[in-house]
Design a binder for this molecule. Structure first.
Ligand code: ATP
Ligand code: MEV
Ligand code: MG
Length: 333
């Protein structure tokens, strides 16, 4: 038997980092996906084939007529830890005796703030649980995905695996989510081309918080207030033009506060300012930062903003919100 599952990337519209401290956040699934195929193998082991993730620490030396390979197995194992933990959690719930092979292909840039870790965990749990005959709802799979992130990262709010599992638009707070009405948002994502590790960025913010709680706490509180205002704007019965203007202002304030926490980079800020100059109503980091992506809200200006992001040295992506979360694509005997 073979099962193919897929799970989407996400953007955090408002509230990354502060959500780790129990404040609310708003996120949406987008139409980039990670695909995971799971099948049984005969040797009782876990085998992972991750084709589009670079193997770190591989050194190749050439001499006269010989080639030597040296690999840092520790680093390679660390990179696959989300997939491995996802498989282990499902085997703990079902059957540890059967060997499982998992093959991954992904459209989501890694470490870019678009939730690649959550998508790979959720798609793996979806495929392996179906293979092992467990009937889990997408919500339950989102909760298991949160456990994977906690085990690997040490800290995670759970918003990324939740939105990847259930899709659409959500308001998330303290482990609970509320679905927001679906709407098309005219957004452009800008990728800096560099990556940041969510585990390290969350730990860095934690250190700053512990050093200066009297300064960082009000920043996190303000971020939570931005999210509540944004939720009111998203739910209110106003004309789209006014709605986008209000959201744009809130995005710009949220970006400034993320910058104050130290998670922006020169390149991210350049893309943010380039997008605003080209007519975006708002632009901010999305996800953990430290590289990765920003997004801009640009009604009727998406192509101008995409061009400005390219000129500033980034890669623009005009994405759509994905209504669907985890999806079982096919089950073959
Ligand atoms: N296609 C993949 N195959 C295997 N592992 C992956 C894949 N994509 C992501 N990962 C795992 O996720 C890690 C990156 O996760 P990280 O949380 O740091 O960034 P992100 O999820 O892309 O961004 P953010 O958390 O800010 O949204 C990689 O180092 C790797 O361990
Ligand atoms: C930085 C963070 O807030 C969002 C990462 O997409 C981490 C988390 O919520 O677990
Ligand atoms: Mg992640």
């Amino acid at each position: 038997m073979r099962v193919l599952a897929s799970a989407p990337a996400k953007i955090i519209l408002f509230g990354e980092h502060s959500v780790v401290y129990g404040k609310p956040a708003i996120a949406a699934a987008i139409d980039l996906r990670t695909y995971v195929q799971a099948r049984f193998n005969d040797n009782g082991a876990i085998k992972i084939e991750a084709r589009d993730i670079k193997t770190p620490g591989l050194t190749v030396s050439f001499s006269e007529d010989e080639i030597y390979f040296e690999s840092d197995y520790g680093k390679a194992a660390e990179v696959l830890s989300y997939v491995r933990q996802a498989i282990e959690l499902v085997r703990d719930e079902a059957d540890r005796s059967r060997g499982v092979t998992v093959s991954i292909t992904s459209q989501i840039p890694v470490g870019a703030g678009l939730g690649s870790s959550a998508a790979v965990a959720v798609a793996t749990i979806g495929a392996v649980s179906k293979l092992l005959g467990l009937e889990l709802s997408n919500e339950e799979i989102g909760r298991l995905g949160h456990r994977v992130e906690l085990l690997v990262q040490g800290a995670s709010s759970g918003i990324d695996p939740t939105v990847s599992a259930i899709g659409g638009f959500i308001h998330y707070e303290g482990g609970r989510f509320e679905r927001l009405p679906f709407m098309e948002l005219p957004v452009v994502v800008g990728y800096t081309g560099s990556s940041g590790s969510t585990k390290e960025l969350v730990a860095m913010v934690r250190r700053t918080y512990e050093e200066m709680p009297e300064i960082v706490e009000p920043i996190l509180t303000a971020m939570g207030k931005i999210v509540e205002k944004a939720r009111d704007v998203l739910l209110s019965d106003i004309e789209d033009g006014v709605r986008f203007q209000k959201l744009g202002r809130l995005m710009n304030i949220n970006h400034g506060l993320l910058d104050a926490l130290g998670v922006s980079t020169k390149k991210l800020s350049e893309l943010v300012y380039a997008a605003r100059t080209a007519g975006a109503l708002g632009a901010k980091i999305t996800g953990a930062g430290g590289g990765g992506c920003m997004y801009a809200l640009a009604p009727e200006k998406q192509s101008e903003v995409a061009t400005a992001i390219t000129i500033a040295g980034g890669t623009p992506m005009i994405t759509k919100i994905s209504r669907e979360g985890l999806r079982i694509e096919e089950v073959l005997p």
